[in-house]
Every structure is written in C-alpha cells, then in structure tokens.
Design a binder for this molecule. Structure first.
Ligand code: 3HC
Length: 282
C-alpha cells in the first residue's frame, strides 16, 4: 500500500515534529490532540520552523504554504478514519496507549497501519490491545524530529512484513533514514542512550560538577553535538524518566533506573525546555 494520508495523534513536541515531517514531504496530514489550544500551538511551532527554512533559503515560500495547507487539525479521533498510517505520540504510559490503539482500531480502515512512537514501551503489548496486531508497528522518531534523520521501524511480535515494509518506504520518502529492528526494550538508540544519560546525571553528584561543566566536558571531550544536561532538557525530564522506568522494569539493570535527581526535578515540574526550567532556564 502506498501511504498517502497520515494521522498523528498527540501534538506535543514529538507529534508536532512528526506532523511537520509528514506535511513537508508532501503527505496530507491530520493532527489530533484533545484541545484546540494544543492543536494551534503545534501549528504555530510547525509554521515557525517552516518560516525559518524559508528565511534560510532551504525552502520556497510557495512550498511552505503548500506544506501548511496539507495540515489539518482536529480534536475528534473519528476524523482519522481514512488515514493510511496513524502515528501515535501521546503520553508514555502503557494503559493510555492501549486504550488509544483499541479506539484507533475501531475507527480506522482495516488495512491502516497503526504505529506508536513510544520511546521504550513494548510495541507488542500495545498491539495486544487490538484485534489486528499484524497492522501495529513502532515508528520511533528522535527529537527534534524534523532535524534528526533516524526513524526506528520496530517489528512487534505479530507485525506483518507488509506493514513494516510500507512504513519503512514511507519513512524513506519522508526524507528519513529508517532502520529496522525487533521489539526489544529501548530498541536500538534508547537501549544505549538512556543508561548513558543516567550515568551522566549521576556523575554530576559523584564528581561534583555543575551541569554547565558536565556539558562542557562531553561536548569538548567526547564530541557530543550538545551536552547531556541540555539533551535531557530537550528530550523532557518526564519522557526520560518514563523511558528509564520502562527499561529498568524490562531489563532490571540498576543503571537504567532514573536517578533520584531527575525524579525530584519531575516532581517539581522542572521538565526541561518545555516547562522553561530543567538543568538550565529557557
Ligand atoms: N524543528 C525543526 N527545526 C529545528 C528544531 C525543531 N524542533 N530544533 C532545531 N531546529 C533547527 C534549527 O532551526 C536550526 O536550523 P537553522 O540552521 O535554520 O537555524 C537547526 O535545527 C540547528 O539548530 P541550532 O542552530 O539551534 O543548534 P545546533 O546546530 O546545535 O543543533 C540539534 C541542534 C539539532 C538539537 C543538535 O544539537 C543535536 O543533534 N543534538 C542531539 C539531539 C539528540 O541526540 N536527540 C535525540 C534525543 S533521544 C530521543 O529523542 C529519543 C526519545 O525516545 C527519548
């Protein structure tokens, strides 16, 4: 099946970024979140980044207008009924995701591909909530989704070859660098990155360094494009804590448990860039 119309459920940082990737690559895209306010914020973010691309002469003004015209926003899941592919990017918790997939299965066409952008939850468990687990896969994008090329195409226990291949081809057409993998905890990148970032946060207290100095160390000493504290702020403290908890629950390694410092930041509402305060202020 050639994927033409894409639905994106959940228009936070990741959902808005994925919707941008989709409209920019010529796909009719329907974004759905629970309120007009969230929807309009996502449209504003997408418009801002597309305008920036026009300013930098990476895109023409006409292409920007055409991309924005391909984006429609709704608060009703029913409006996703005709989508070929729906990518879910809601809260990183299993129960709400399972409920969402059961609902999407009821609404969407039987041949639609239902993909989750989960960071570290089991795609197979999410698929269990449906009667068509062969249509369920993972499509894991990286923050910022319009900038980072990787998309992990995750094959769950019952995913069909057709669903996996169609999603892989769509990601290529969308200008991404897809990589296929099995549904193991953390897939490829997060299996490695999450415990590494947890180690970085623990080093703050163990070696008594400031977030500024830790970031200075890792950008200058390891060639990272941004420091670990800036990166956790970008990803979101809450997202990182959820992913750590999921990996720890699945693999049981102590390094995978979220460091107390991050759990405390989450409790205080210091969620990183999106809340204006994390390791740094924004
Ligand atoms: N949408 C669209 N464009 C964006 C963007 C966004 N959300 N954020 C940044 N950009 C654009 C900027 O506009 C800029 O374009 P310009 O050249 O026209 O100004 C370009 O990207 C580069 O941005 P900056 O100049 O601000 O800064 P940098 O050159 O330092 O790049 C970065 C920023 C791309 C974030 C780079 O530092 C980087 O790649 N960092 C690592 C990020 C990373 O590792 N992400 C993965 C996190 S793990 C994850 O997401 C998985 C999840 O499951 C936890």
């Amino acid at each position: 099946m050639e994927i033409r119309t894409v639905g994106v459920v959940g228009l936070g940082t990741m959902g808005a970024g994925i919707a941008q990737v989709s409209v920019q690559s010529g796909h009719e895209t329907i974004g759905r979140d629970v309120s007009d306010e969230v929807n309009e914020r996502a449209r504003g973010t997408i418009e801002r980044y597309l305008s920036r691309a026009v300013e930098k002469e990476r895109m023409s003004a006409a292409d920007k207008d055409a991309a924005l015209a391909r984006l429609s926003l709704t608060t009703s899941l029913d409006d996703l009924a005709d989508c070929d592919l729906v990518i879910e990017a809601i809260v990183e918790e299993l129960a709400p995701k399972q409920e969402m997939f059961a609902e999407l299965e009821r609404i969407c066409r039987p041949d639609a591909i239902l993909a989750t952008n989960t960071s570290a939850l089991s795609v197979s468990k999410i698929a269990e909530a449906t009667k068509r687990p062969e249509r369920v896969i993972g499509m894991h994008f990286f923050n910022p989704a319009p900038v980072l090329a990787l998309v992990e195409i995750v094959r769950a226990e019952q995913s069909s070859d057709e669903a996996v291949d169609d999603a892989y081809r769509w990601a290529e057409r969308a200008g991404k660098q897809p990589v296929g993998c099995n549904d193991t905890p953390g897939f490829i990148v997060n299996r490695i990155l999450i415990p590494l970032l947890n180690d970085c946060v623990r080093v703050l207290d163990e070696a008594r360094v400031s977030p500024e100095d830790l970031d200075k160390a890792m950008t200058n000493g390891a060639g990272w494009p941004m420091g670990p504290c800036a990166l956790v702020d970008l990803v979101g403290i809450d997202i990182h804590v959820h992913a750590s908890e999921a990996l720890h629950a699945a693999l049981g390694e102590e390094r995978m448990a979220p460091p107390e410092r991050l759990v405390q930041m989450q409790r205080e509402g210091k969620l990183g860039r999106k809340s204006g305060e994390g390791f740094f202020s924004y």
